[in-house]
Design a protein around this ligand. Structure first.
Ligand code: NAD
Length: 510
């Protein structure tokens, strides 16, 4: 067999099977299909995960619908208590979760802890639901009449998450969805699914009633079942752009509220007056952290010609100090998620040569501190990348940093604004006027000024523009609470001697 995925399955008797989590317990469902879960640092299968059928998803939705009736009526105080308890348990046991992330995703342990910390921020934000779900009240809008608004949970909501943040992305969504009083079906990536079950069990321990958070594992069949199920009221999706577009179109076509966050190609513009040491540190951290498998990774540096040679030299010097290897061994960068993905990413290094770019550091030469069968590719730096090349245009999603040389601010801005994507971007400069102009003119959702990965804190919202986000609502923050609740406006009059009389016209204020 020539299928790379099959060749990677070097442990023939992968006996552990990860079940779904439905109604507060592990659940096998009826489907017999499974998918392998690798340890990317070893290149072996460590378990199989179940892939739900349409009927399995329907059973989970039934469980969630029944549980929702109680959870929607739980007081704000009760829901806050559960979220606080979950935050405390997560903090106390985060080492366990970090181990799971490293063993299935491959990211180094320190980065796994960073992922958990950023996810926990959203749990902390969700603990403030008492403030966030408050409505507004206007007294005496017309004689004796008051108007007020309140926000109510939607019902059962679906969350579909990508492989690259198996804990943080689910935490972005389910923390707020649950705090707002919804029931959740989480469909995590089948590549690193265990974190979802671990968090679901922890929520149970924190006091979340059974059935309020369910985890259904699966692939396209499970996703389609969620997108089409009449009792699923909203979908939060994060993944690649073609799938985000598909999810948005399919789920809105089925009458659902949808936020679908897609892929990215993030640029860092370096002006000649920038602190080049700061910029080089930032480019290396943001380009190669988590092996470049981050939607906010910097994948393109736009370097102004006058400083480009010096900048490339500084970056290559720093890259020489990086250790690639097993995430449990204190390395800087781990393996890629699968052998197939590693091969795809490394194929761009060949494309670079063909397209006339200069490969300055070739990650294929890496000597990893880890098992030879791991899915390794070292940090790669490619200079003089033409914007017509697939190396520039495609979301490579690996440790490949491209340098595109530009003649100044205006050319750099034009390149960023012509991109299909608009997730994140950064400018490095010591000129406040240039930075201010950039933040006004750039067509991107999240902008860093001398900050390479501008992921907003939990009390702002996260989301890109253009093909990086389909739908109006960003993730978490105020957008998150709005997304997971529906507003009602109530106009009320309590009987007063001034009432009465027939009037078939539209109400007016006299
Ligand atoms: P992906 O698009 O392959 O998968 C995302 C989800 O869709 C997974 O749960 C997967 O099981 C499911 N899926 C797979 N095939 C499907 C199909 N045919 N139909 C329906 N659903 C299907 O993404 P990935 O490789 O897991 O994650 C990496 C991508 O996610 C990158 O493009 C990255 O930029 C993006 N991402 C974006 C953000 C953001 O905030 N914008 C954050 C993290 C990751």
């Amino acid at each position: 067999m020539t299928d790379t995925t099959t060749l990677e399955r070097t442990t023939p008797s992968a006996t552990t099977i990860l079940d779904h989590w439905v109604d507060g317990a592990a659940w096998a469902g009826a489907s017999a299909r499974t998918s392998p879960v690798f340890n990317p640092a070893l290149g072996t299968v460590q378990k199989e995960v179940r892939l739900a059928s349409t009927a399995d998803v329907a059973a989970a939705v039934d469980s969630a619908s029944a549980a929702w009736l109680g959870w929607r009526d739980a007081s704000i105080a009760k829901r806050q208590t559960v979220m606080f308890a979950f935050r405390e348990l997560l903090n106390a046991r985060k080492d366990e979760l970090a181990q799971i992330l490293t063993s299935e995703h491959g990211k180094v342990l320190s980065d796994a802890h960073g992922e958990i910390a950023r996810g926990m921020e959203v749990v902390e934000f969700a603990c403030g639901l008492g403030h966030l779900t408050k409505g507004a009240y206007s007294e005496n809008v017309s004689t004796g009449i008051d108007v007020y608004t309140l926000r109510q949970p939607l019902g059962v909501v679906g969350i579909i998450s990508p492989f690259n943040f198996p804990a943080m992305v689910p935490l972005w969504f389910f923390s707020i969805a649950l705090a707002a009083g919804n029931a959740v079906i989480l469909k995590p990536s089948e590549k690193d699914p265990s974190a979802a079950n671990w968090m679901a069990a922890l929520l149970k321990e924190a006091g979340l009633p059974d059935g309020v958070l369910n985890v259904v594992h699966g692939d396209k069949e499970a996703v389609d079942a969620l997108l089409e199920h009449p009792d699923v009221r909203a979908i939060s999706f994060v993944g690649s752009t073609p799938l985000a577009r598909y999810v948005y179109e399919t789920a809105t076509g089925h009458g659902k509220r949808v936020q679908a966050l897609g892929g990215a190609k993030n640029h860092m513009l370096i002006l000649p007056d920038a602190d080049l040491d700061l910029a080089a540190d930032a480019a290396v951290n943001a380009g190669f952290g988590s092996a470049g498998e981050r939607c906010m990774a910097i994948s393109v540096v736009l370097a102004v010609d006058t400083i480009a040679d010096e900048f490339v030299e500084k970056v290559s010097q720093r890259m020489a100090t990086l250790r690639t290897g097993d995430g449990t061994r204190g390395c800087d960068m781990g393996p890629l998620i699968t052998g197939q993905h590693r091969d795809k990413v490394s194929s761009y290094i060949d494309v670079a040569g063909t397209d006339g770019a200069t490969v300055v550091v070739d990650g294929r030469d890496v000597e990893p501190d880890g098992d030879p069968d791991g899915f390794w590719l070292g940090p790669t730096l490619i200079d003089n990348v033409p914007t017509s090349s697939a190396v520039y245009k495609d979301e490579i999603f690996g440790p490949v940093l491209s340098v595109v040389r530009v003649d100044g601010y205006q050319e750099g801005l034009g390149i960023i604004n012509s991109s299909l994507y608009g997730n994140g971007t950064a400018i490095f400069t010591n000129d406040g006027g240039a930075a201010r102009r950039f933040q006004r003119e750039v067509q991107v959702g999240m902008i860093g000024i001398n900050v390479p990965i501008p992921v907003p804190v939990a009390y702002h919202s996260f989301g890109g523009w253009k093909a990086s986000l389909f739908g109006d609502a960003k993730a978490y923050g105020p957008h998150g609470f709005d997304f997971f609740t529906a507003e009602k406006a109530i106009t009320s009059r309590w009987l007063d001697p001034s009432h009465g009389g027939l009037n078939l016209g539209f109400p007016q204020h006299d």
